[in-house]
Design a protein around this ligand. Sequence first.
Ligand SMILES: NC(=O)c1ccc[n+]([C@@H]2O[C@H](COP(=O)([O-])OP(=O)(O)OC[C@H]3O[C@@H](n4cnc5c(N)ncnc54)[C@H](OP(=O)(O)O)[C@@H]3O)[C@@H](O)[C@H]2O)c1
Length: 507
Amino acid sequence: MSTLHNESCSPPAVIVIFGAAGDLTRRKLIPALFNLAKQELLPEQIAMVGIDRVEMDSQGYRDLLGEHIPDFVGEGFSRELWEANIGRAYYTAGDFLDDDSYRELARLLQQVDNEQGTPGNYLFYLATPPRFFGEIATRLGKAGLATEGDGHWRRIIIEKPFGHDLESARALNATLHQSFEEHQIYRIDHYLGKETVQNILTYRFGNGTVEPMWNHRYIDHVQITVAESLGVEGRAGYYEEAGALRDMVANHLLAVLSVIAMEPSNNFQADAIRDEQVKVLRAIQPFDPEQVLTEAVRGQYGEGVLDNGTHLRAYRDEPGVAADSGTETFVALKLMIDTWRWAGVPFYLRTGKRMPERRTEVVIQYRHAPNMMFRDSIAQRANIAANQLILRIQPDEGISMEFNAKVPGTVLQVSTVRMDFDYDDYFEESVAGSGYETLIYDCLCGDATLFKRADNIETCWALLQPILDVWSALPARDFPNYPAGSWGAAEADELLARDGRQWRRID
Ligand SMILES: NC(=O)c1ccc[n+]([C@@H]2O[C@H](COP(=O)([O-])OP(=O)(O)OC[C@H]3O[C@@H](n4cnc5c(N)ncnc54)[C@H](OP(=O)(O)O)[C@@H]3O)[C@@H](O)[C@H]2O)c1
């Protein structure tokens, strides 16, 4: 898998970006390509073709990219490296729904192959609104651009969101499969590209001391938090339709859960790892409508004030949001996994917008020590916390272990202390990037480990479909139910309190 590559394996190829003038391309994809070039992970013969509806020629496109790139790459930007590579970017203006655009694209690709010496390997990156995913794939197929042949491959990266429910995800998979075979399709979840998510696999399976305790005998429960401090930030049109369950749980949270909960695969091949991830997702107990009411919490932020006095407006007051919007901006769930390893261990998931800070972390809450020899002392059992392992995914990537130690002094007192591993302390040269570097590089190398397979996507939607159904049949009556700048709906606290547990205080 990707983390084992130790030298460039990327063959010559053309990366074709649909949505080349869009936000994702400018902010993430072009900077990611720049960072890959800087790390010398791209071959000599590599080129990029952008397609979008804005009228301009290749030179105009190069100029457009050049305007923003220093800001988006940040500190590591080098004008010299940019100038040396930008000549390999091409552009064609066209409508995604017009067959002529694909004829012109095919012609341009031929030209690029001739000029740059690329051998017909094409990576199509669909950085477009989701309604175009199936349409573009079908048209690429019709234009003969999806067909692999002797000595060349064709691959397609599909952005998120992949469908908006089980039925639409199945339909999109069926459409894609008419033009591309499954091995050609790379469904992106940029969380899986993050260093720390990948490091969970290394931590779990690369250390002899971790796995023996990674099960119901030692673990009381698991918490996964993906907190965003931002609101909808001009994406109300999309978010009003999506909500937090579709936007975050269907992909990122379940992706993290699958990495935490999967069984080890017997090799590092993409399909062996992805088989294990799907297996554990399938083992999650399905929700019946009754459970949706008790074990799935939704919330929407109202106005609030941050500690520093900043006033934050309510979701319903954001531009583009309906005054009576029923869209959830917060979700908390309790999931149970029916496997030998996880029997009786709840996985609590929560995600929300306008939380006090941006933070993604996994908490492994261990059980209490079986026998408290301190029970007759001042340090009563109840006061001695059970050990916690905290996997910090963003920001400040690292791993912390909280355990108990004796407070120095004559009287026996026990206090929780913390052992911290910070990526930055150990690895001087942190790898620049957003995770898109890894994903683009892996796709060029033909490594699909960090991408979602059709069965994974459909399993996630099948799990969430009962919640979507109940929530759409019973619109929330208590929205807004948490102030912006807080940790979400009180019901999420009750979800754990009922089980005698609480969310880890994030500080
Ligand atoms: N932006 C992010 O940070 C981010 C993060 C994660 C995932 N994503 C996903 O990435 C994808 C792209 O997002 P984005 O924010 O980059 O969207 P975007 O800014 O709207 O970019 C899409 C581009 O496609 C163009 N376009 C739309 N319809 C077209 C047509 N019929 N023919 C030709 N060009 C057309 C748009 O032109 P107009 O501007 O003229 O419409 C725009 O330049 C989405 O699936 C999104 O969910 C984005």
